[in-house]
Structures are given as structure tokens and as C-alpha cells.
Design a protein around this ligand. Structure first.
Ligand code: SF4
Ligand code: SF4
Ligand code: FES
Length: 612
């Protein structure tokens, strides 16, 4: 889980897992720590799950029976500091930060048939003189919870003091500063000063425990989130604790490394700076980052992400919670697949081939050059090869271009790999489903025919969009060299662009707004985190200009208008707009695909092992 969803756990308050559930506050009372005076309102509502009455800080509310206390309190908009609890992991209850004061309904006194009632008709609460952890206990009928009493404040101060005793307090040089729960809870719930006068225990620092992870044991508060993630979610039981008492340290099991393809999720869920990403550490202070919600384009899963950028440079990509797509996780491969966006191998100017070399040109000249070269050819002499990495809007404009050129040779390049048992899809194109919806029944199925026609000389012009045909599509240098016209629209300099008569620099996924459809048929939206470099442009605009140059018609001016245009032509998109897709996406196409990680998560939730 990313660090941000941890914050959402405190504030979001709408993911209790009971679709029909809603909190029913039975009254508002100005002082939450006073005895309740507001009577419960009668209700005719017929909840689909059994509800119980719980008094939270003096206000009676209804929650589904069996709900964890911390979840109920979250739904009641109470901030409960916690470290070891994570809704997607089991709850060992080992950090003690989530302590609350708890009471149970009193029993009838000897000789009485009913317990003494309060003014609202509920049995009076007998408060237990010891705090209870809220992450592993469940609510029950008539229970009382206090989250801000003197006892709760004192025990939180005590827990914070213990947690900080051996913590190095190296916040100024710690990579977690700015999103560290120890910092935040220390300010919010701590004592404000330390009474500890002895030498702190010193533990190993800068330990290389995995290909992408560094461990600083001095900062570890032994919440065991990373241990549980590795064994419960990633099925790689490589982490554990050794030694005892204040000497306890987190370590990898002998001969093991934290190297699995989901290892960086442990960095996200580590509440302190004990686990840091080799890729991101010391690169940028997190408070400088602009966070843009988007989608990973590494495969057809379409994991929801947040792109962290500053001044046009991407520094990190973290998972964003979507329980219909990726839960709160993502694979390392997809997460780190962004450095090429900042690369100096990006194409930044349109180019025309001039003899053996290319010379840079302006966009109007490049567009005219393409139109001029293609005008003399028949439709059946032209092929357009697009990409499953293009957005729906771009694929739609590609189809318009094909119509303007009167060619039916239009397809994308398939891209496959091995699926894993978690999130990674065998389809490595993020938008194969979009291509299928917009212009072909079986994306990639006509590519071999196109290649044959190129080899035989029947096809004389190829427009290759966002694909290096020498790498993925199996074309040879000889085949591409014999073409009368080769147009290469791409983000990176590559061997095919070397052969192209016209090179058009376009935008990376993080530099555009648009939509894609993932392997389970979910329509999702990409948002622009940064601008394309140099004179590179958004793909749909270049496709529009090319179509305009060929047809003389006026074009579209906003990517939102492209979507609107699609929605009028494609029934499945009817009534939708880019804005309506929202940050969580929408189910659009039927799919029987099961996401292994989510399937197991649902099972664990049903069995009560996890909360969210
Ligand atoms: S390294 Fe972080 S996540 Fe792991 S036990 Fe320590 S504090 Fe918790
Ligand atoms: S599973 Fe696929 S979409 Fe998700 S992070 Fe990995 S590569 Fe990206
Ligand atoms: S969150 Fe750690 S004990 Fe409850």
C-alpha cells in the first residue's frame, strides 16, 4: 500500500466492506467525553446486515455486528493513530498505538431483571480501567469507546515514548521525513519531550537486503507490516525478527533476499524510514512532489498509480488504492518503468530524412510532408500500425486517419509475457481491449498479413505509431528500407526511426490525458503529470493534424471532444465523458478474468483475516 492510502484510512471513511452499511448517528453531543444525553432516534430502516449500537465518544451509533473497532471508529470520523494495523494485512496488534478506552454494558444487579439504563434506554456502560487495542478487537452491542479521554491520551504518550527511546531521530537526513507516521503521531499524540537519558541502542544501518531496498534497523519500530506483506501477499516469507527486547532487529532469513517483484510495496507500507527504495531515496523531498493520479501502462492490469513529479521530472510512481484493480499494491517492474520518460534519448523535434541523415523541421512542415508523400498512393498501398500502448482517444484518431487514407490495413502490435499469480497480466499492452473496441475484433491478428504485403512490395507506405517495428513486430531492416514512405511516431530514438522518412516526436503516458480499458474491461483515465519535452506533442493532436492535412476538414480542439466524438460512434461509450470516468474508473466491457491477488484478498476478507 502506498503511503497516501494510509492517510486515507484515517479520513476516507467509506470502505467498511458492507455495501449496505451506513452509520446512523443517534445524536450529536457537544462534548464527546461527557456522558451521553441525546436519546436514540427510532428508525424504520431495515439493514441487510445485523447492526449493533455502540457509543463512540458519547454518541450512540449503529455499526455492522463484528466490525473491527478501528474500522468503526474510522467510519465515525475518529482519528486513531496506528502503526501495525493495515486493512489488507492480518492484525497482530503489536504496536499498541491504537489503544482506546472501552466499556461494556452493565449487567443486572442481584435481584433485578434488567441492568440500569441511561437516559437513552441503553444499559449503562461500565468502563474498563485498562485500555484496549482497537485494531484487533471487534465491536459488540452496547459497547462504549472513548478515543480522546485522559486515559487514552496518557497511554498514547506512553507508547510514543517507548517507540522513540531507541529511534535515532535523524529526521533531517531521513528519506521518510514528510510522510513519516512516527513524526506525525509524535507531534499529534506524543509527550513533546524525552525523559530518556541513557545511550540509545545502536543497530545495523544501510543494509542492502534486496535488489531495490535498503534497511535501516535503527529506525524500525517492529510493526511487522513488511514481514506480513511478504508472507501474506507476496508469498515470499523472507523477513523476520531476531534477537530479543530492545536488541530485536528486522532481518532477512539466512540466505534470503527481499527481491520479489512486489518488494517495493514494503517501502510504501513501512510507517517509518526503515525501508527505503534505492531508486527514490535521497532524490527528492516528498513535500516538493506534485502527485498526479494515473494508471500504470506496464501491462493490461492497469494498476492505479500516483505519479510524483517536480518541475516536469518524474521521481517516483506509487500504487493508488483501487479495490477493483490492484488493491493497494503494484509490481516493482511497473513501478520503476518511468526513467525513460526523463531520458535524453527522447525524440524532441520532428525530423525529415535528408539524404542519409535527418534534419529537424517544424510541425507544419512535417505534417505537410507526410500528407504530400501519402497523397499519391492508393489506400491498399498504405498500412497503419498502431500500439496497444495508445489511449482510446489516440486509437480513435488513428482510425480516422486510416479512413482518410482509405486503408483497411490497420492493426496494433501484440505484446505478451508471462502472467504471475498476483497482478501482472500476460498481455503487456495496457489497452488491447481499447483497440478491440475501437477498430478491430482481434488486435494484432492482421499484422502478419501486413508484413507479408510490405515484403512483397504491395504495401509501399507504413505509418508506425508508438512502435518500433524492428523490435516488437518482427519487421526487418530490408523490409522497412524498401518502403517509399515510412513514418515513425514515437517517444524514443530507435533503429526504426533511423530508417524513417519522417519522424514525429510524441508524448509519454505521463504527459497526456486520455483513457484506456484494462484486461477486466474497466475504463480508466490517465492524467497529465508533466509536459512532453522539446517540441514533442500529444499524439492525438498530431493525428488530428495529419487527418486535417489530408481531408481539409476542421479538427477537434480538446481531448475531451475526441472522447465525446468516440462516445457518439461507439455504443459502449455512450453517455460517458472523460470527466465521468473518475479517478477509480468504470466497469465497461464484460470480462471473465479473475485477478489472482484480488481473489485471495476477497477470501481473506470473508474469513475475517483482513478488514479492507
Ligand atoms: S521495517 Fe518498517 S514495516 Fe518493517 S517492521 Fe520495521 S517499521 Fe515495520
Ligand atoms: S501489474 Fe502491470 S499494470 Fe500493475 S504495476 Fe505491474 S506492470 Fe504495471
Ligand atoms: S495498530 Fe498496532 S496494536 Fe493496533
Amino acid at each position: 500500500m502506498a503511503r497516501r492510502p494510509l492517510v486515507k484510512n484515517f479520513t476516507k471513511g467509506a470502505c467498511c466492506g458492507h455495501p449496505s452499511f451506513h452509520i446512523e448517528p443517534l445524536g450529536i453531543f457537544p462534548d464527546p467525553m461527557s456522558e451521553p444525553t441525546v436519546a436514540p432516534a427510532a428508525t424504520d430502516a431495515k439493514p441487510s446486515v445485523e447492526m449493533v449500537n455502540v457509543q463512540v465518544d458519547g454518541v450512540w451509533m449503529k455499526f455492522p455486528k463484528g466490525m473491527r473497532m478501528i474500522k468503526a471508529l474510522e467510519e465515525a470520523a475518529k482519528v486513531i493513530p496506528h502503526y501495525c494495523y493495515h486493512p489488507k494485512l492480518s492484525s497482530p496488534g503489536n504496536c499498541r498505538m491504537c489503544l482506546v478506552e472501552m466499556g461494556m454494558p452493565s449487567r443486572p444487579a442481584p435481584g433485578q431483571s434488567e441492568p440500569e439504563k441511561d437516559e437513552h434506554g441503553f444499559a449503562k456502560i461500565q468502563w474498563i480501567p485498562r485500555p484496549a487495542i482497537s485494531c484487533a478487537n471487534t465491536i459488540s452491542e452496547g459497547m462504549g469507546i472513548r478515543t480522546a479521554s485522559t486515559m487514552v491520551e496518557e497511554v498514547r504518550k506512553g507508547v510514543m515514548e517507548f517507540l522513540l527511546i531507541n529511534h535515532p531521530l535523524d529526521c533531517p537526513i531521513c528519506d521518510q521525513a514528510g510522510e513519516c507516521r512516527l513524526q506525525e503521531f509524535s507531534v499529534g499524540f506524543g509527550r513533546g519531550q524525552s525523559r530518556f537519558q541513557d545511550e540509545k541502542v545502536h543497530k545495523p544501518k544501510n543494509q542492502d537486503i534486496g535488489a531495490r531496498i535498503v534497511l535501516d534497523d535503527e529506525r524500525c519500530i517492529m510493526c511487522s507490516r513488511c514481514v506480513r506483506f511478504s508472507s501474506e501477499i507476496a508469498d515470499e516469507d523472507v523477513l523476520g525478527f531476531t534477537e530479543r527486547g530492545s536488541q530485536t532487529v528486522l532481518t532477512t532469513h539466512p540466505g534470503q533476499r527481499l527481491d520479489h517483484n512486489y518488494s517495493l510495496n514494503t517501502v510504501d507500507i513501512c510507517p517509518v524510514g526503515a525501508l527505503t527504495s534505492k531508486d527514490f531515496r535521497f532524490q527528492m523531498r516528498v513535500w516538493f512532489l506534485k502527485e498526479t493520479p494515473s494508471v500504470c501502462t506496464g501491462c493490461a492490469r492497469g494498476c492505479n498509480t500516483e505519479i510524483g513529479s517536480r518541475e516536469g521530472v518524474i521521481y517516483r510512481q506509487t500504487p493508488r488504492q483501487n479495490d477493483d484493480v490492484n488493491s493497494t499494491w503494484m509490481c516493482d517492474q511497473g513501478r520503476l518503468d518511468f526513467h525513460w520518460v526523463n531520458s535524453d534519448r527522447r525524440l524532441i523535434d520532428p525530423m525529415l530524412k535528408d539524404g542519409a541523415h535527418h534534419r529537424t523541421t517544424t510541425w507544419p512542415q512535417a505534417v505537410s510532408a507526410v500528407a504530400d508523400k501519402l497523397r499519391g498512393l492508393r489506400g491498399d498501398q498504405i498500412a497503419i500500425i498502431g500500439s496497444g500502448r495508445m489511449t482510446n482517444e489516440e486509437l480513435f484518431m488513428l482510425k480516422k486517419l486510416a479512413a482518410a487514407l482509405k486503408t483497411e490495413s490497420l492493426d496494433i502490435v501484440p505484446r505478451t509475457g508471462a502472467a504471475d499469480n498476483y497482478l501482472v497480466s500476460a498481455d503487456r499492452n495496457p489497452n488491447t481491449a481499447g483497440a478491440g473496441l475501437i477498430f478491430c475484433d482481434r488486435p494484432g491478428s492482421t499484422l502478419a498479413t501486413i508484413r507479408q504485403k510490405v515484403a512483397s512490395g504491395e504495401i509501399k507506405a507504413v505509418i508506425a505509431w508508438r512502435e518500433n517495428l524492428l523490435e516488437q513486430a518482427g519487421f526487418t531492416v530490408e523490409e522497412l528500407s524498401q518502403l517509399e514512405v515510412l513514418v515513425a511516431a514515437h517517444v524514443m530514438a530507435n533503429a526504426m526511426a533511423e530508417l524513417a522518412h519522417v519522424v514525429l516526436p510524441t508524448a509519454a503516458w505521463s504527459e497526456k490525458r486520455g483513457s484506456m480499458i484494462n484486461a477486466t474491461g474497466r475504463l480508466q483515465r490517465l492524467n497529465k503529470a508533466s509536459e512532453p519535452p522539446g517540441n514533442a506533442r500529444d499524439d492525438w493532436e498530431v493525428l488530428r493534424d495529419l487527418t486535417q492535412a489530408l481531408t481539409g476538414t476542421n479538427g477537434l480542439y480538446l481531448v475531451e471532444d475526441v472522447f465525446k466524438s468516440m462516445a457518439t460512434e461507439i455504443p459502449e461509450l455512450g453517455g460517458l465523458s472523460l470527466g465521468k470516468i473518475g479517478e477509480a474508473g468504470l466497469p465497461l466491457l464484460p470480462s471473465s478474468e479473475v485477478i489472482p491477488l484480488l481473489h485471495r484478498e476477497a477470501d481473506r476478507k470473508t474469513r475475517g483475516i483482513i478488514v479492507g
